[in-house]
Design a protein around this ligand. Structure first.
Ligand code: PLP
Length: 474
């Protein structure tokens, strides 16, 4: 049986749409039972798919059946409450529904005039987020600054660098230098490559015992580059590094930037969300001197990928760096200068209505609701860290500032690595690793939407049981 190849009618959409929403709700309920890390072998999913598309349309039920049979077994379940890998990439009911509405409307928000609501809702929600995280007022849109939603922190860092290069005078990017700590995210180096900087333009500044950037080392590196004829363009300070959650001293870094007239970008992709809780706002100390800032609601704020909030203190260099106005985009609103055209704040022209999902999330939870959940994740991580400290066989690699616990077995790297493999193979939890000071470290990132105390307890038990089994091996 095929469908007739016609468009889905509104009634069919209603029927299938209900089925899909039920399917997602069932997935939410059963995801905890599924093996967290996919057991799929390379090529297995492809082999289960036909090599050519269907000539005639297929019934919707058949498509859904393949979701269960082919797709789900090939998934690593990021939404499992037992997922502690990489970083949280949590989502929530209101976010998924906001995303659905965005797809249903299908508007392009490249210009204010292509959908005024798409721009103005985004501006308003990003101003809300300034209050929500206690960010500096200069990032609000009612002054020279403002915020925009990017697809990712990587794009935000690239846009910051393009704005910084513009402000530096638009000279030869191959003579310009970029700075970040040796623990900074790879997106800094990628941005420099894309923006046309020399491949060796990024200076990886030394970190201290807590893996945070050493501002004196930064100052020395910048001064040496200036002596050698380079133009320092941008420093990226990381608030919550990917490896260990280290927090660079933004205030001291800002002083170095001011002395050398260098753009300061703050990358808080993973940890910025903690600012919703007043007791964690120390995290943003010094950000008031930053030229730009970004964090990802798509990591730890219950908003599905993609959603990065990017702020600038002065939008002029950003827009100047990215604005090109061809005839076919000319319109009265743009020419009047009364409106924001977000196409000038990002790399692509087209843009989705991403503010909807963030608006749904903030309104659904409210400020207090978001606080409660973030606070709980941090509490669970701190409790986990205490268990590690109380166990003579294990040690913390760093004191966890927030919701990421980095630990290792005292018997050494080989044992720690074997424990991770063994624990992940149970399918009942998933953690990832890094190296800090050359030593193998298990990272336990706590921040999934439905992670509760019992999941964290189970993960700790599985790690200890795995260690016992590894050590008992001949
Ligand atoms: C995750 C992360 C990034 C990259 O985020 P994307 O949105 O995937 O580009 C950059 N910096 C830090 C500190 C991160 O944790």
């Amino acid at each position: 049986m095929t469908n007739s190849g016609n468009h889905m009618t509104a009634d069919e959409f209603r029927r299938h749409g209900r089925t899909v929403v039920d399917w997602i709700a069932d997935y939410m309920q059963r995801v905890e039972e599924l093996p967290v890390l996919s057991r799929s072998q390379p090529g297995e999913v492809q082999a289960a798919l036909p090599s050519a598309p269907p000539d005639e349309g297929e019934p919707f039920d058949r498509i859904l059946a393949d979701l269960d049979e082919v797709v789900v077994p090939g998934l690593t379940h990021w939404q499992s409450p037992n997922f502690f890998g990489y970083f949280p990439a949590n989502t929530s009911g209101p976010s998924i529904l906001g995303e659905l509405v965005s797809a249903g409307l299908g508007v392009q928000g490249m210009l204010w005039s292509t959908s005024p609501a798409c721009t103005e809702l985004e501006t308003r929600v990003l101003d809300w987020v300034v209050d929500l995280l206690g960010l500096p007022e200069r990032f609000r849109s009612d002054g020279p600054g403002g915020g925009v939603i990017q697809d990712s922190a990587s794009s935000a860092t690239l846009c910051a660098l393009l704005a910084a290069r513009h402000r530096t005078g638009g000279g030869d990017a191959r003579q310009m230098t970029v700075y970040a700590s040796e623990q900074a995210h790879s997106s800094v180096e990628k941005a420099a490559r894309i923006a046309g900087f020399a491949y060796d333009a990024v200076r990886f500044v030394q970190t201290d015992a807590a893996f945070a950037m050493d501002p004196r080392a930064l100052n020395d590196t910048v001064a040496a580059d200036v002596r050698d004829g380079f133009t320092p363009c941008m420093v990226t300070a990381t608030v919550g590094t990917t490896g260990s959650n280290a927090i660079d001293p933004v205030g001291e870094i800002a002083r170095v930037c001011r002395d050398h007239e260098t753009w300061l970008h703050v990358d808080a992709a993973m940890s910025g969300t903690a600012g919703v809780c007043p007791e964690f706002r120390w995290l943003h100390n010094g950000v008031e001197a930053a030229d730009s800032y970004c964090f990802n609601p798509h990591k730890w704020m219950f908003t599905n990928f993609d959603c990065d909030c990017f702020y600038v203190a002065d939008r002029e260099p950003l827009v100047a760096a990215l604005s090109i106005l061809p005839e076919y985009l000319r319109n009265n609103a743009t020419v009047s200068g009364e409106v924001v055209d977000y196409r000038d704040w990002q790399v692509p022209l087209g843009r989705r209505f991403r503010a909807l999902k963030l608006w749904f999330v903030i309104r659904h939870y409210g400020v207090e609701g978001l606080r409660r959940h973030v606070r709980r994740h941090v509490e669970l991580a701190q409790q986990f860290a205490q268990w590690v400290q109380d166990d003579p066989d294990w040690e913390l690699a760093v004191d966890p500032p927030l919701n990421l616990v980095c630990l290792r077995h005292r018997a050494g790297d080989a044992v720690t690595e074997a424990v991770l493999q063994r624990a992940n193979a149970t399918g009942r939890m998933f953690v990832t690793h890094t190296r800090l000071d050359g030593r193998y470290v298990i990272r336990v990132s706590i921040g999934q939407t439905h992670t509760e105390q019992r999941h964290v307890e189970q993960a700790w038990c599985l790690l200890r049981d795995s260690a016992a089994a590894v050590l008992a091996e001949p």
